[in-house]
Design a binder for this molecule. Structure first.
Ligand code: OGA
Ligand code: MN
Length: 306
């Protein structure tokens, strides 16, 4: 059944957000248990459109966690000052948990800037995240500059590569590591030994195959969790990653989400990159709350089943 038909059966409206990716949903209240079939329709929409924006929500932390857990077990965040009451809630905010607009040199505000580079959540884990759910609590007014979240479709970006480039990428792996954010922003407090042990560096293939999508291939890399390509000289790997980052920016692969308060944005980390568009953090408050659903297995490369 097409996802629009499933949506109609579930009593909600689904509209595409852009040619590249994304759909918005209206007519659902995620704070309560969902009628039969609705969750399956949402999951199918996520599989087809890669980003689903459920509009008009009003969610407590517990309600967001309960809905997120329908997708699977949640990840806990390695650093405690990113979270408030629970390690599965990540405050994506330039406002303290007590509601104070933080100065731009506060490390919690600087840490957000790591998100301004193309990335996919938890790529530094051996099993990276399946999907993330970001709930917009305080968002920028529509006339303000920046503050959107941009996504790039890595299936489309992969398919548009020249055949020689695809062949070149096939045997390559990127080294991902959590601490790379500290290299970008050395003023951030160091990662503790416990956190370092919890997320050691890990390699993932630059081209991944998706067994739940008939073995389709997509790109898989970030520019916020590393700059090394395994088996390459550092500079050569950096050049390659920069080239890939420039490639995915083509408008036909991308969608930029303009937030409305009450949006719950769900994205599939396995086939997209995303980044926060910079904004004037001294002038505007921006408060979001993220939950992240763990992946179910390691990233498979083109030769994983050879
Ligand atoms: C995140 C993230 C983007 C944004 O929370 O994982 O990348 O726009 N956020 O805040
Ligand atoms: Mn992110």
């Amino acid at each position: 059944m097409a996802t629009t038909e499933m949506a109609a059966k579930g009593g909600f409206v689904l509209r595409r957000l852009s040619p590249a990716l994304g759909a918005e949903v209206e007519g659902l209240d995620l704070s309560r248990p969902l009628p039969a079939g609705v969750f399956e329709a949402l999951r199918a929409a996520l599989q087809e459109h890669h980003v689903v924006c459920v509009r008009g929500q009003s969610l407590t932390e517990a309600q967001q966690i309960a809905f997120s857990e329908l997708f699977g077990p949640l990840e806990a965040f390695p650093e405690k000052d990113k979270t408030r009451s629970q390690s599965t809630i990540y405050n994506v905010a330039n406002v303290s948990p007590e509601g104070r607009h933080l100065p731009v040199d506060d490390h919690r505000v600087i840490a957000q800037k790591v998100n301004a580079r193309w990335h996919t959540d938890s790529s530094y884990r051996f099993i990276p995240a399946y999907c993330s759910l970001l709930y917009g609590i305080e968002v920028l007014p529509p006339e303000a500059e920046g503050g959107q979240t941009e996504f790039a479709n890595l299936f489309l970006a992969h398919d548009a590569l020249a055949p020689e480039m695809r062949r070149r990428l096939e045997p390559l792996f990127m080294v991902h590591y959590y601490e790379f954010g500290r290299r970008i922003f050395p003023q951030l407090p160091p990662v503790s030994q416990v956190e370092r042990d919890f997320v050691p560096p890990t390699c993932h293939p630059l081209i991944r195959v998706h067994p739940d999508r008939d073995g389709r291939r997509s790109l898989f890399f970030t520019v916020n969790a590393g700059n090394e390509v395994s088996g390459m000289e550092l500079e050569e790997g950096q050049r390659l990653l920069r080239e890939l980052a420039a490639h995915v920016e083509r408008p036909e692969f991308c969608y930029r989400h303009q937030w409305r308060a009450g949006d719950l944005l769900i994205w599939d980390n396995r086939c997209l990159l995303h980044r926060a568009i910079e904004y004037d953090a001294a002038r505007h408050r921006r408060v979001m709350r993220r939950t992240t659903v763990a992946g179910s297995g390691p990233v498979l490369g083109p030769f994983s089943r050879a």
